[in-house]
Write a protein that binds this ligand. Structure first.
Ligand SMILES: Cc1cc2nc3c(=O)[nH]c(=O)nc-3n(C[C@H](O)[C@H](O)[C@H](O)COP(=O)(O)OP(=O)(O)OC[C@H]3O[C@@H](n4cnc5c(N)ncnc54)[C@H](O)[C@@H]3O)c2cc1C
Length: 510
């Protein structure tokens, strides 16, 4: 097969109005919303398999999906701030990372989106994005002024909380934190059993909730096991993609536009492989420059979650259930902050990095730093593979916030509420900030929230404009977690759904 030769896709179709690359959290929403208009023909391409199975449905076994065939299994370069190369799990299947993630459903806080608008993303302030969050969900347990009714997703808190999750909520109340509010409401603060993407006892992803009902539409073609290798151009317009399907190289044309939804690693990687990115980096990687866009792969952000703050228990306390983390707390690392910057998710089992030693039986305080200052890069190696550098803990402020989070978690572990489950105090209780900081450096793990690597904005360094159009290239948009101008202060899946919901309107209505 010659390079780029146009052979038909498996159903014979090789051209559509819109080609969406990546059937993950965002791509599944986009394809479903766009094909509500029967006049719009969409081809959705996904590198991974099309799978609905027990290993994906079961809600407490998600960690076992990492480093399997449904994971891209990326790794960072060794991080100067931690001394480790960290796993970067990314889902590789129809449903994307939404089929392998931990199922927490938290939107972010209103200040996140007002910050986006302040950074030049007109139309993305909280009041403007709220209708898209509401449209995505059916959440009858929430206040209808903020929560949705009748949408495709069914976020719900766990009903029968694990005994340890109950102890966590009691511990937070004992320390005076607000408890039991809706963490997707107008002022998410304090501890609560938060919403989960679990419906009828199994994982709910956008592939199941949005895409599955849309797949019978004649104007939608979904092609799995189809890895897009590069974008194709006619002068300055993106005209389609070249993909590997069934061992053949296939050209798929887009008469209107190509939308990239390959995620915060996959999207910049595809742009770089196609010659769109910082010219110097492309030349160093031996890729001919199609367009110099210095922001591609820059401003990469992730949340850190600390693993290994595990309390010893003499025996297992109840079996694993739900998503292992039914309750969480959103809080400030110091008084007077404008918004929350810490999340302490309670994990009712041991949870650690491969290099950490933790008790066989126990429970873990997973401290997330939700307003990281450190920003990193995705660049292209000479072998064409991604070089991922989050620069974890590069900024001292990130370390300070995590030390403060450990102190709160240790205080929670020492409460009366946990007394029945505490065989001994954690060794870090009563230690210095320097000792806690040393623990933090060895406890860093990716929270799986990569974002920002193709940042939206109005400034010269932004990659897409607030209508998500690629700067300097016609017929090309991006709609996934990579466009976040600043990472949201909670887990990133719900905000990615919102981005895709809004992107569908931007595409449909001009
Ligand atoms: C372990 C883990 C746990 C997480 N837990 C939570 C959680 O509990 N709650 C939460 O809110 N968020 C969580 N997240 C994050 C959340 O799942 C992601 O932010 C979200 O799924 C990102 O959506 P996306 O559409 O940008 O990318 P993805 O969902 O990753 O979709 C990208 C898709 O594009 C495909 N693709 C990539 N390159 C190509 C190519 N060249 N050709 C064709 N297809 C391609 C990929 O295979 C993938 O299917 C977690 C993430 C991880 C890794």
């Amino acid at each position: 097969m010659s390079k780029g030769s146009p052979v038909p896709a498996p159903d014979g179709r090789r051209s559509a109005d819109i080609v969406v690359v990546g059937a993950g959290t965002a791509g599944s929403v986009l394809a479903a919303r766009l094909t509500e208009d029967p006049e719009v023909r969409v081809i959705l391409l996904e590198a991974g398999p099309d799978e609905r199975s027990e290993r994906i449905d079961t809600t407490w076994t998600w960690p076992a999906l990492q480093k399997t065939d449904v994971d891209w299994d990326y790794e960072t370069v060794v991080q100067a701030g931690t001394g480790h190369a960290h796993a970067v799990p990314r889902g590789r299947a129809v449903g994307g990372t939404g089929t392998t993630n931990a199922m927490a459903f938290l939107r972010g806080v209103p200040e996140d989106f007002d910050t986006w608008a302040y950074l030049g993303c007109t139309g993305w302030d909280y009041a403007s994005v709220l209708p898209y969050f509401q449209r995505s969900e059916d959440a009858p347990h929430g206040d209808a002024r903020w929560r949705g009714r009748g949408g495709p997703l069914h976020p719900r808190p766990s009903v029968n909380l694990h005994p340890l999750s109950q102890a966590y909520l009691a511990a937070a109340a004992e320390l005076g934190y607000p408890s039991g509010g809706d963490l997707n409401g107008p002022a998410p603060r304090g501890a609560a059993a938060h919403d989960l993407m679990i419906h009828d006892g199994v994982r709910e992803s956008t592939a199941g909730a949005y895409l599955a009902p849309a797949r019978k539409r004649p104007n939608l073609t979904v092609i799995a096991d189809a890895e897009v290798q590069r974008l194709l151009f006619d002068a300055n317009r993106c005209t389609g993609v070249r993909a590997r399907i069934d061992g053949e190289t296939v050209t798929i044309s887009a008469t209107r536009e190509v939308v990239l939804a390959a995620g915060a690693i996959g999207t910049p990687l595809l742009l770089l492989r196609s010659g769109i990115g910082p010219a110097d980096d492309l030349e160093a990687a031996g890729v001919p420059v199609m367009r110099n866009v210095p922001g591609v792969g820059r401003d990469l952000q992730d949340h850190i979650i600390l693993a290994g703050l595990t309390m010893h228990a003499d025996e297992e306390i109840g079996p694993a259930q739900a998503n292992l983390g039914e309750v969480t707390m959103l809080l400030h690392s110091e008084p007077g902050r404008a918004s929350i910057d810490l999340q302490i998710v309670f994990i009712h089992v041991p949870f650690a990095n491969p290099w950490q030693t933790v008790p066989k039986h126990g429970y873990t305080f997973g401290i997330g730093h939700m307003r990281p200052h450190s920003r990193g890069t995705v660049t292209l190696g000479a072998d064409g593979q991604a070089i991922i550098d989050f620069r974890y803990l590069h900024d001292e402020e990130d370390l300070r916030a995590l030390v403060a989070g450990v102190r709160v978690a240790l205080a929670l572990s020492e409460t009366e509420a946990f007394a029945p489950y505490r065989s001994a105090s954690h060794p870090l209780v009563g230690t210095s900030d320097a000792q806690i900081a040393a623990f933090v450096r060895g406890a860093v793990q990716s929270y799986g929230h990569a974002s920002g690597s193709c940042r939206m904005g109005s400034d010269a360094a932004a990659v897409v404009d607030p209508r998500l159009r690629m700067k300097g290239v016609a017929g090309l948009r991006i709609a996934d977690a990579s466009v976040m101008p600043a990472i949201v202060s909670t887990n990133t899946n719900a905000a990615t759904v919102m981005i895709a919901e809004k992107a569908a309107d931007l595409i449909r209505f001009g």
